[in-house]
Design a protein around this ligand. Structure first.
Ligand code: ZN
Length: 538
Protein backbone atom coordinates (compact mmCIF):
# COMPACT_ATOMS: atom_id res chain seq x y z
CA UNK A 1 0.00 0.00 0.00
CA UNK A 2 1.10 3.51 -0.71
CA UNK A 3 1.30 5.78 2.30
CA UNK A 4 0.24 9.32 1.53
CA UNK A 5 0.01 12.20 3.94
CA UNK A 6 -3.14 14.27 3.87
CA UNK A 7 -1.37 17.25 2.30
CA UNK A 8 -0.20 15.10 -0.63
CA UNK A 9 -3.67 14.09 -1.78
CA UNK A 10 -5.06 17.25 -3.35
CA UNK A 11 -1.99 17.96 -5.53
CA UNK A 12 -2.11 14.35 -6.75
CA UNK A 13 -5.81 14.48 -7.53
CA UNK A 14 -5.39 17.80 -9.32
CA UNK A 15 -3.16 16.09 -11.91
CA UNK A 16 -6.25 14.16 -13.06
CA UNK A 17 -8.50 17.22 -13.18
CA UNK A 18 -9.26 18.16 -16.80
CA UNK A 19 -9.15 21.88 -15.93
CA UNK A 20 -5.59 21.79 -14.57
CA UNK A 21 -2.54 22.35 -16.85
CA UNK A 22 0.14 23.18 -14.30
CA UNK A 23 0.78 22.40 -10.66
CA UNK A 24 3.36 24.22 -8.55
CA UNK A 25 4.45 22.59 -5.30
CA UNK A 26 6.64 24.63 -2.95
CA UNK A 27 7.47 22.93 0.32
CA UNK A 28 10.12 22.07 2.89
CA UNK A 29 12.69 19.41 2.08
CA UNK A 30 12.24 15.71 2.86
CA UNK A 31 8.47 15.88 3.22
CA UNK A 32 7.39 13.85 0.20
CA UNK A 33 7.32 16.42 -2.59
CA UNK A 34 8.41 13.92 -5.24
CA UNK A 35 5.66 11.42 -4.38
CA UNK A 36 3.27 14.07 -5.65
CA UNK A 37 4.35 13.37 -9.23
CA UNK A 38 5.87 9.87 -9.15
CA UNK A 39 2.69 8.01 -8.36
CA UNK A 40 0.46 9.77 -10.89
CA UNK A 41 3.24 9.45 -13.51
CA UNK A 42 3.53 5.67 -12.96
CA UNK A 43 -0.24 5.33 -12.92
CA UNK A 44 -0.68 7.18 -16.19
CA UNK A 45 2.09 5.21 -17.89
CA UNK A 46 -0.09 2.19 -17.37
CA UNK A 47 -3.59 3.52 -17.85
CA UNK A 48 -3.26 6.65 -20.00
CA UNK A 49 -0.02 6.19 -21.95
CA UNK A 50 1.41 9.30 -23.57
CA UNK A 51 4.72 11.11 -24.07
CA UNK A 52 6.18 12.56 -20.87
CA UNK A 53 9.37 14.30 -19.79
CA UNK A 54 11.00 14.76 -16.40
CA UNK A 55 13.80 17.25 -15.76
CA UNK A 56 15.94 16.58 -12.71
CA UNK A 57 18.40 19.02 -11.24
CA UNK A 58 21.35 17.36 -12.95
CA UNK A 59 22.09 15.02 -15.81
CA UNK A 60 24.48 12.93 -13.71
CA UNK A 61 21.90 12.47 -10.99
CA UNK A 62 19.07 11.44 -13.29
CA UNK A 63 20.08 7.78 -13.48
CA UNK A 64 20.80 7.50 -9.77
CA UNK A 65 17.54 9.13 -8.75
CA UNK A 66 15.66 6.85 -11.09
CA UNK A 67 17.39 3.72 -9.83
CA UNK A 68 16.86 4.67 -6.19
CA UNK A 69 13.51 6.36 -6.23
CA UNK A 70 11.48 6.10 -9.39
CA UNK A 71 12.03 2.48 -10.36
CA UNK A 72 10.79 1.16 -6.99
CA UNK A 73 7.61 3.16 -7.59
CA UNK A 74 7.21 1.67 -11.07
CA UNK A 75 7.86 -1.82 -9.75
CA UNK A 76 5.19 -1.46 -7.10
CA UNK A 77 2.47 -0.61 -9.62
CA UNK A 78 0.64 -3.83 -10.49
CA UNK A 79 0.74 -4.34 -14.24
CA UNK A 80 3.87 -2.28 -14.81
CA UNK A 81 6.24 -4.76 -13.23
CA UNK A 82 5.80 -7.25 -16.08
CA UNK A 83 6.76 -4.61 -18.64
CA UNK A 84 9.89 -3.46 -16.86
CA UNK A 85 12.24 -5.75 -18.77
CA UNK A 86 11.60 -3.47 -21.73
CA UNK A 87 12.99 -0.49 -19.87
CA UNK A 88 16.05 1.14 -21.26
CA UNK A 89 19.25 0.08 -19.57
CA UNK A 90 20.38 3.66 -19.06
CA UNK A 91 17.25 4.66 -17.20
CA UNK A 92 17.09 7.83 -19.26
CA UNK A 93 14.04 6.57 -21.06
CA UNK A 94 11.30 4.20 -20.08
CA UNK A 95 9.16 2.96 -22.92
CA UNK A 96 6.39 0.46 -22.47
CA UNK A 97 4.65 -1.83 -24.95
CA UNK A 98 1.47 0.20 -24.54
CA UNK A 99 3.13 3.27 -26.05
CA UNK A 100 4.01 5.13 -22.87
CA UNK A 101 7.31 6.96 -23.23
CA UNK A 102 8.97 8.75 -20.34
CA UNK A 103 12.24 10.61 -20.86
CA UNK A 104 14.56 11.96 -18.20
CA UNK A 105 17.23 14.61 -18.43
CA UNK A 106 19.16 17.01 -16.28
CA UNK A 107 18.47 20.72 -16.24
CA UNK A 108 20.24 22.54 -19.05
CA UNK A 109 20.35 19.57 -21.43
CA UNK A 110 18.83 20.03 -24.87
CA UNK A 111 15.08 19.71 -24.83
CA UNK A 112 13.64 17.91 -27.82
CA UNK A 113 11.08 19.79 -29.84
CA UNK A 114 8.69 16.85 -29.81
CA UNK A 115 5.42 17.61 -28.05
CA UNK A 116 4.89 16.14 -24.59
CA UNK A 117 1.68 15.60 -22.73
CA UNK A 118 2.92 15.43 -19.16
CA UNK A 119 6.04 16.78 -17.54
CA UNK A 120 7.88 17.44 -14.35
CA UNK A 121 10.39 20.13 -13.39
CA UNK A 122 11.90 18.61 -10.26
CA UNK A 123 13.74 20.71 -7.62
CA UNK A 124 13.55 23.80 -9.81
CA UNK A 125 15.48 26.07 -7.43
CA UNK A 126 18.41 23.63 -7.43
CA UNK A 127 18.94 23.60 -11.16
CA UNK A 128 22.67 24.33 -11.49
CA UNK A 129 22.51 27.61 -13.40
CA UNK A 130 21.77 31.26 -12.80
CA UNK A 131 18.30 32.34 -11.74
CA UNK A 132 17.60 33.83 -15.15
CA UNK A 133 18.96 30.61 -16.69
CA UNK A 134 16.50 28.57 -14.62
CA UNK A 135 13.60 30.77 -15.72
CA UNK A 136 14.67 30.59 -19.38
CA UNK A 137 15.00 26.80 -19.25
CA UNK A 138 11.57 26.48 -17.69
CA UNK A 139 10.07 28.70 -20.41
CA UNK A 140 11.61 26.48 -23.10
CA UNK A 141 10.40 23.35 -21.34
CA UNK A 142 6.87 24.72 -21.05
CA UNK A 143 6.68 25.19 -24.84
CA UNK A 144 6.86 21.41 -25.31
CA UNK A 145 3.39 21.00 -23.80
CA UNK A 146 1.49 23.51 -25.91
CA UNK A 147 0.20 21.01 -28.45
CA UNK A 148 -1.48 18.84 -25.84
CA UNK A 149 -2.58 21.79 -23.77
CA UNK A 150 -4.37 23.23 -26.79
CA UNK A 151 -6.41 20.03 -26.79
CA UNK A 152 -7.14 20.37 -23.07
CA UNK A 153 -4.80 17.56 -22.07
CA UNK A 154 -1.67 17.09 -20.03
CA UNK A 155 -0.13 18.47 -16.88
CA UNK A 156 3.23 20.03 -15.99
CA UNK A 157 4.26 19.64 -12.35
CA UNK A 158 6.82 22.08 -10.96
CA UNK A 159 8.23 20.99 -7.62
CA UNK A 160 10.86 22.54 -5.40
CA UNK A 161 11.92 23.65 -2.00
CA UNK A 162 12.43 27.41 -2.15
CA UNK A 163 15.96 28.79 -1.95
CA UNK A 164 16.94 32.24 -0.77
CA UNK A 165 14.98 35.39 -1.47
CA UNK A 166 14.86 35.41 -5.26
CA UNK A 167 13.30 31.98 -5.71
CA UNK A 168 12.03 30.76 -9.11
CA UNK A 169 9.57 28.30 -7.54
CA UNK A 170 8.18 31.04 -5.30
CA UNK A 171 7.60 33.22 -8.38
CA UNK A 172 5.90 30.34 -10.18
CA UNK A 173 3.76 29.59 -7.15
CA UNK A 174 2.71 33.22 -6.89
CA UNK A 175 1.00 32.87 -10.27
CA UNK A 176 -1.32 30.00 -9.20
CA UNK A 177 -4.34 29.42 -6.97
CA UNK A 178 -1.85 29.76 -4.05
CA UNK A 179 -3.03 26.97 -1.78
CA UNK A 180 -1.39 26.69 1.64
CA UNK A 181 -1.86 23.66 3.87
CA UNK A 182 -3.64 24.58 7.09
CA UNK A 183 -4.02 22.53 10.24
CA UNK A 184 -7.50 22.15 11.70
CA UNK A 185 -8.16 23.47 15.19
CA UNK A 186 -9.58 20.98 17.69
CA UNK A 187 -11.39 23.84 19.41
CA UNK A 188 -13.18 25.92 16.76
CA UNK A 189 -12.77 23.26 14.03
CA UNK A 190 -11.58 25.91 11.56
CA UNK A 191 -8.63 25.69 9.16
CA UNK A 192 -6.91 28.40 11.15
CA UNK A 193 -3.23 27.47 11.31
CA UNK A 194 -1.02 27.62 8.18
CA UNK A 195 1.59 24.86 8.33
CA UNK A 196 4.29 27.48 7.69
CA UNK A 197 3.17 29.64 10.65
CA UNK A 198 5.73 28.14 12.99
CA UNK A 199 5.49 31.20 15.25
CA UNK A 200 2.19 29.75 16.54
CA UNK A 201 4.33 27.20 18.38
CA UNK A 202 5.02 28.33 21.94
CA UNK A 203 7.17 26.91 24.68
CA UNK A 204 8.95 27.62 27.92
CA UNK A 205 12.72 27.75 28.03
CA UNK A 206 14.85 26.21 30.75
CA UNK A 207 17.48 28.29 32.54
CA UNK A 208 20.11 27.42 29.96
CA UNK A 209 17.75 28.49 27.18
CA UNK A 210 16.74 25.01 25.97
CA UNK A 211 13.20 24.13 24.90
CA UNK A 212 11.21 22.44 27.69
CA UNK A 213 9.65 19.59 25.73
CA UNK A 214 6.38 19.18 27.63
CA UNK A 215 5.70 22.91 27.55
CA UNK A 216 5.29 22.92 23.75
CA UNK A 217 1.87 23.97 22.51
CA UNK A 218 0.34 25.25 19.30
CA UNK A 219 -2.13 28.06 19.73
CA UNK A 220 -5.07 28.64 17.39
CA UNK A 221 -5.00 32.31 16.39
CA UNK A 222 -8.79 32.33 15.97
CA UNK A 223 -10.03 30.82 19.25
CA UNK A 224 -6.92 30.59 21.38
CA UNK A 225 -7.20 26.81 21.88
CA UNK A 226 -3.81 25.43 22.92
CA UNK A 227 -2.95 22.09 21.34
CA UNK A 228 -0.49 19.54 22.63
CA UNK A 229 1.82 17.56 20.36
CA UNK A 230 -0.25 14.40 20.84
CA UNK A 231 -2.92 16.18 18.76
CA UNK A 232 -0.51 17.14 15.96
CA UNK A 233 -1.18 14.10 13.83
CA UNK A 234 -4.97 14.58 13.91
CA UNK A 235 -4.62 18.32 13.24
CA UNK A 236 -2.76 17.79 9.98
CA UNK A 237 -4.69 14.65 8.97
CA UNK A 238 -7.91 16.70 9.15
CA UNK A 239 -6.27 19.75 7.59
CA UNK A 240 -6.88 21.21 4.17
CA UNK A 241 -5.64 23.63 1.55
CA UNK A 242 -6.83 27.21 1.71
CA UNK A 243 -6.47 28.77 -1.74
CA UNK A 244 -6.03 32.54 -2.15
CA UNK A 245 -7.38 32.34 -5.69
CA UNK A 246 -9.58 29.21 -5.64
CA UNK A 247 -11.00 30.03 -9.10
CA UNK A 248 -7.57 29.54 -10.73
CA UNK A 249 -7.95 26.02 -12.10
CA UNK A 250 -5.39 26.22 -14.92
CA UNK A 251 -2.53 26.63 -12.43
CA UNK A 252 -2.95 25.12 -8.98
CA UNK A 253 -0.43 25.98 -6.28
CA UNK A 254 0.35 24.00 -3.15
CA UNK A 255 2.61 25.00 -0.29
CA UNK A 256 3.36 23.44 3.06
CA UNK A 257 5.71 24.09 5.96
CA UNK A 258 7.22 21.88 8.63
CA UNK A 259 4.07 21.81 10.78
CA UNK A 260 2.34 19.75 8.06
CA UNK A 261 4.84 16.92 8.46
CA UNK A 262 4.55 16.49 12.25
CA UNK A 263 5.00 13.89 13.61
CA UNK A 264 6.07 11.79 10.61
CA UNK A 265 9.13 13.88 9.61
CA UNK A 266 9.58 16.55 12.28
CA UNK A 267 8.70 16.92 15.93
CA UNK A 268 7.53 20.19 17.42
CA UNK A 269 10.76 20.21 19.36
CA UNK A 270 12.79 20.13 16.11
CA UNK A 271 10.86 23.12 14.85
CA UNK A 272 11.12 25.01 18.15
CA UNK A 273 14.87 24.39 18.28
CA UNK A 274 15.37 25.58 14.72
CA UNK A 275 13.36 28.70 15.53
CA UNK A 276 15.43 29.30 18.64
CA UNK A 277 18.68 28.78 16.70
CA UNK A 278 17.59 31.18 13.98
CA UNK A 279 16.59 33.72 16.62
CA UNK A 280 20.01 33.52 18.27
CA UNK A 281 21.93 34.13 15.10
CA UNK A 282 21.28 37.24 13.11
CA UNK A 283 23.41 35.91 10.27
CA UNK A 284 21.65 36.36 6.92
CA UNK A 285 22.15 32.79 5.70
CA UNK A 286 20.70 31.37 8.92
CA UNK A 287 17.63 33.58 8.54
CA UNK A 288 17.17 32.63 4.89
CA UNK A 289 17.68 28.97 5.70
CA UNK A 290 14.99 29.11 8.37
CA UNK A 291 12.39 30.61 6.01
CA UNK A 292 13.33 28.14 3.26
CA UNK A 293 13.83 24.94 5.20
CA UNK A 294 11.26 25.17 7.96
CA UNK A 295 8.57 27.47 6.69
CA UNK A 296 8.87 26.35 3.04
CA UNK A 297 8.75 29.97 1.88
CA UNK A 298 11.08 32.36 0.11
CA UNK A 299 13.24 34.44 2.43
CA UNK A 300 11.62 37.79 3.20
CA UNK A 301 13.82 40.10 5.22
CA UNK A 302 11.76 42.64 7.08
CA UNK A 303 12.61 46.17 6.14
CA UNK A 304 12.69 49.00 8.54
CA UNK A 305 11.08 52.15 7.23
CA UNK A 306 13.35 55.07 8.04
CA UNK A 307 15.66 57.36 6.24
CA UNK A 308 18.65 55.35 5.04
CA UNK A 309 21.23 57.80 6.33
CA UNK A 310 19.72 57.79 9.85
CA UNK A 311 19.59 54.02 9.81
CA UNK A 312 23.21 53.77 8.74
CA UNK A 313 24.33 56.14 11.47
CA UNK A 314 22.63 53.87 14.01
CA UNK A 315 25.44 51.40 13.29
CA UNK A 316 27.98 53.78 14.87
CA UNK A 317 29.60 52.68 18.11
CA UNK A 318 32.95 53.11 19.90
CA UNK A 319 35.77 51.10 18.37
CA UNK A 320 36.16 47.60 19.83
CA UNK A 321 38.85 46.38 22.17
CA UNK A 322 41.41 44.86 19.75
CA UNK A 323 41.70 41.84 22.07
CA UNK A 324 38.27 40.62 20.91
CA UNK A 325 39.11 40.68 17.21
CA UNK A 326 39.57 37.26 15.64
CA UNK A 327 40.69 38.62 12.30
CA UNK A 328 41.21 41.86 10.38
CA UNK A 329 40.57 41.91 6.63
CA UNK A 330 41.04 44.45 3.85
CA UNK A 331 38.95 45.08 0.71
CA UNK A 332 39.23 47.65 -2.07
CA UNK A 333 36.94 48.70 -4.90
CA UNK A 334 38.81 49.69 -8.05
CA UNK A 335 37.82 52.76 -10.03
CA UNK A 336 39.46 54.48 -13.00
CA UNK A 337 40.79 57.21 -10.72
CA UNK A 338 41.87 55.11 -7.76
CA UNK A 339 40.75 52.73 -5.04
CA UNK A 340 38.17 52.95 -2.27
CA UNK A 341 39.28 50.67 0.54
CA UNK A 342 37.92 49.46 3.87
CA UNK A 343 39.48 47.55 6.76
CA UNK A 344 37.13 45.66 9.04
CA UNK A 345 37.74 43.42 12.03
CA UNK A 346 35.52 40.52 13.06
CA UNK A 347 34.95 39.08 16.52
CA UNK A 348 33.94 35.57 17.56
CA UNK A 349 30.23 36.46 17.38
CA UNK A 350 30.69 37.47 13.73
CA UNK A 351 30.14 41.14 14.61
CA UNK A 352 32.31 43.26 12.32
CA UNK A 353 33.90 46.66 12.97
CA UNK A 354 35.01 49.24 10.44
CA UNK A 355 38.54 50.11 11.57
CA UNK A 356 39.65 52.20 8.62
CA UNK A 357 38.56 53.40 5.19
CA UNK A 358 39.94 55.74 2.60
CA UNK A 359 40.65 56.56 -1.00
CA UNK A 360 43.98 55.74 -2.64
CA UNK A 361 44.96 57.46 -5.89
CA UNK A 362 48.14 55.48 -6.61
CA UNK A 363 48.93 51.84 -5.96
CA UNK A 364 51.62 52.89 -3.47
CA UNK A 365 48.91 54.60 -1.42
CA UNK A 366 46.79 51.47 -1.61
CA UNK A 367 49.68 49.28 -0.43
CA UNK A 368 50.37 51.72 2.40
CA UNK A 369 46.79 51.18 3.60
CA UNK A 370 47.27 47.41 3.28
CA UNK A 371 50.51 47.52 5.28
CA UNK A 372 49.19 49.83 8.01
CA UNK A 373 48.06 48.63 11.45
CA UNK A 374 44.54 49.17 12.72
CA UNK A 375 44.18 49.17 16.50
CA UNK A 376 47.65 47.62 16.32
CA UNK A 377 46.66 44.83 13.93
CA UNK A 378 47.65 44.44 10.29
CA UNK A 379 45.05 43.03 7.89
CA UNK A 380 45.72 39.34 7.35
CA UNK A 381 44.01 39.03 3.98
CA UNK A 382 42.82 41.46 1.35
CA UNK A 383 40.60 41.45 -1.71
CA UNK A 384 41.00 43.95 -4.55
CA UNK A 385 38.54 44.40 -7.38
CA UNK A 386 40.20 43.71 -10.75
CA UNK A 387 38.52 46.74 -12.30
CA UNK A 388 37.17 46.84 -15.78
CA UNK A 389 39.15 49.32 -17.83
CA UNK A 390 42.55 49.87 -19.40
CA UNK A 391 45.58 48.92 -17.37
CA UNK A 392 43.70 48.33 -14.13
CA UNK A 393 43.19 44.53 -14.31
CA UNK A 394 46.87 43.99 -15.12
CA UNK A 395 47.94 46.36 -12.38
CA UNK A 396 45.75 44.61 -9.77
CA UNK A 397 46.97 41.18 -10.85
CA UNK A 398 50.56 42.39 -10.43
CA UNK A 399 49.85 43.77 -6.92
CA UNK A 400 48.19 40.53 -5.89
CA UNK A 401 51.09 38.45 -7.24
CA UNK A 402 53.59 40.51 -5.24
CA UNK A 403 51.81 40.46 -1.86
CA UNK A 404 51.03 37.27 -0.02
CA UNK A 405 47.50 37.35 1.46
CA UNK A 406 46.07 39.52 -1.30
CA UNK A 407 43.45 38.22 -3.72
CA UNK A 408 41.74 39.76 -6.69
CA UNK A 409 37.99 39.91 -7.14
CA UNK A 410 35.71 39.77 -10.12
CA UNK A 411 31.92 40.02 -9.97
CA UNK A 412 30.14 37.39 -12.02
CA UNK A 413 26.37 36.84 -11.69
CA UNK A 414 26.55 33.71 -13.85
CA UNK A 415 28.58 31.38 -11.63
CA UNK A 416 25.46 29.74 -10.18
CA UNK A 417 26.77 29.95 -6.59
CA UNK A 418 27.65 32.64 -4.09
CA UNK A 419 31.36 32.63 -4.84
CA UNK A 420 34.10 30.40 -6.17
CA UNK A 421 37.82 30.36 -6.73
CA UNK A 422 38.68 30.86 -10.39
CA UNK A 423 39.59 27.60 -12.08
CA UNK A 424 42.47 29.25 -13.92
CA UNK A 425 43.80 31.53 -11.18
CA UNK A 426 43.91 30.44 -7.52
CA UNK A 427 44.24 34.03 -6.34
CA UNK A 428 41.10 35.21 -8.16
CA UNK A 429 37.77 34.99 -6.33
CA UNK A 430 34.61 35.21 -8.41
CA UNK A 431 31.40 36.17 -6.64
CA UNK A 432 27.79 36.87 -7.43
CA UNK A 433 27.51 40.61 -6.73
CA UNK A 434 23.70 40.66 -6.34
CA UNK A 435 23.83 38.07 -3.60
CA UNK A 436 26.39 39.95 -1.54
CA UNK A 437 24.65 43.25 -2.21
CA UNK A 438 21.49 41.70 -0.72
CA UNK A 439 23.48 40.48 2.29
CA UNK A 440 25.04 43.87 2.94
CA UNK A 441 21.66 45.65 2.66
CA UNK A 442 20.24 43.09 5.08
CA UNK A 443 22.99 43.90 7.58
CA UNK A 444 22.41 47.63 7.09
CA UNK A 445 18.61 47.74 7.20
CA UNK A 446 17.07 44.52 8.49
CA UNK A 447 19.33 43.22 11.23
CA UNK A 448 18.64 44.95 14.54
CA UNK A 449 20.63 42.73 16.92
CA UNK A 450 23.92 44.18 18.03
CA UNK A 451 25.20 41.02 19.72
CA UNK A 452 25.57 38.80 16.65
CA UNK A 453 26.76 39.38 13.08
CA UNK A 454 26.18 43.12 13.49
CA UNK A 455 27.88 45.56 11.17
CA UNK A 456 29.47 48.30 13.26
CA UNK A 457 30.70 51.67 12.07
CA UNK A 458 33.15 53.92 13.92
CA UNK A 459 31.74 56.71 16.12
CA UNK A 460 31.87 59.39 13.45
CA UNK A 461 32.23 58.18 9.85
CA UNK A 462 32.52 60.85 7.15
CA UNK A 463 29.37 62.07 5.41
CA UNK A 464 30.88 60.84 2.13
CA UNK A 465 31.27 57.28 3.46
CA UNK A 466 27.69 57.30 4.82
CA UNK A 467 26.35 58.67 1.53
CA UNK A 468 28.06 55.85 -0.38
CA UNK A 469 26.53 53.30 1.99
CA UNK A 470 23.09 54.90 1.57
CA UNK A 471 23.32 55.16 -2.22
CA UNK A 472 21.23 52.09 -3.03
CA UNK A 473 17.43 52.26 -3.27
CA UNK A 474 14.62 49.95 -4.38
CA UNK A 475 14.27 49.94 -8.18
CA UNK A 476 10.65 50.83 -8.87
CA UNK A 477 10.98 49.99 -12.56
CA UNK A 478 11.67 46.32 -11.91
CA UNK A 479 9.01 43.73 -11.13
CA UNK A 480 10.74 42.69 -7.90
CA UNK A 481 12.67 45.93 -7.52
CA UNK A 482 12.11 46.02 -3.78
CA UNK A 483 14.16 42.89 -3.20
CA UNK A 484 17.60 43.70 -1.87
CA UNK A 485 19.45 42.05 -4.77
CA UNK A 486 17.57 44.33 -7.19
CA UNK A 487 18.22 47.64 -5.44
CA UNK A 488 20.15 50.02 -7.63
CA UNK A 489 22.58 52.87 -7.11
CA UNK A 490 21.34 56.42 -7.23
CA UNK A 491 24.66 58.03 -6.25
CA UNK A 492 28.35 57.08 -5.93
CA UNK A 493 28.57 53.85 -3.94
CA UNK A 494 32.24 52.81 -4.04
CA UNK A 495 32.62 52.21 -0.31
CA UNK A 496 29.43 50.18 -0.43
CA UNK A 497 31.13 48.05 -3.10
CA UNK A 498 34.26 47.71 -0.97
CA UNK A 499 32.14 46.62 2.03
CA UNK A 500 30.29 44.16 -0.21
CA UNK A 501 33.61 42.66 -1.33
CA UNK A 502 34.68 42.49 2.31
CA UNK A 503 31.75 40.13 2.91
CA UNK A 504 32.98 37.96 0.04
CA UNK A 505 36.47 37.81 1.56
CA UNK A 506 34.98 36.99 4.98
CA UNK A 507 33.18 33.97 3.52
CA UNK A 508 36.36 32.90 1.78
CA UNK A 509 38.31 33.27 5.04
CA UNK A 510 35.73 31.28 7.02
CA UNK A 511 36.26 28.39 4.66
CA UNK A 512 39.94 28.54 3.82
CA UNK A 513 41.78 30.54 6.46
CA UNK A 514 43.42 28.23 9.00
CA UNK A 515 44.98 30.76 11.33
CA UNK A 516 42.92 33.21 13.33
CA UNK A 517 43.88 35.47 16.21
CA UNK A 518 41.16 33.80 18.33
CA UNK A 519 39.34 30.50 17.86
CA UNK A 520 36.62 31.29 15.34
CA UNK A 521 33.35 29.33 15.59
CA UNK A 522 32.59 27.77 12.23
CA UNK A 523 36.25 27.37 11.25
CA UNK A 524 39.03 24.97 12.17
CA UNK A 525 40.99 27.89 13.53
CA UNK A 526 44.09 27.75 15.64
CA UNK A 527 45.27 30.66 17.69
CA UNK A 528 48.28 31.96 15.80
CA UNK A 529 49.13 35.63 15.61
CA UNK A 530 50.89 36.13 12.35
CA UNK A 531 50.51 38.68 9.65
CA UNK A 532 49.84 36.23 6.85
CA UNK A 533 47.65 33.33 7.82
CA UNK A 534 48.15 29.93 6.29
CA UNK A 535 45.54 29.45 3.64
CA UNK A 536 44.73 25.99 2.52
CA UNK A 537 42.71 25.62 -0.61
CA UNK A 538 40.42 22.63 -0.36
ZN1 ZN B 1 -9.53 27.47 16.94
Amino acid sequence: MVHLDAYQREPIEAQYDPRVREIVVMAVEQTGKSSIWRWPMAHRMLFRPGPAWVIYESDEKAEDINAESFEPVLRSVPGLESQLNRLSATRRRYSLRNGAVLDFSGAGADITSKPRRDGVADELDRWPMTLSGIRQNLRNFRKRFRTYWAMGEGCLVIVSSPRGEDSPVADEWQDTSRGTWHLRCAGCAGLTMPSHAVHLLQWEASEDGAVVADSLRLECPACGREHSESEASAMTASGGYVHDAPERWDRRGYQWGALAAVPRVFSWRDIARAQLQAGKSADVTTQADFDNSWRGLRFRPRRVQRESVDLIRQHCAPLPDPAILAQVLFAADTQDDGWYWVVRGVDQRRCTYLLGYGKAMKDDDLMAAWDASYLGIQPAMGLIDQGGHGERPKQVTALVAKHRGLYSYKGNPRIGQRWMISKTDQSLILANPGQFQADLLYYLYSQPRRDSAYLFLPPDPSQEYVDHMAALCPDNKLKHGDRYENWHSTAPDHWFDAERMWLVLMEYAMKHCRQWRLPMPGTQAQRVETRRPGVEVI
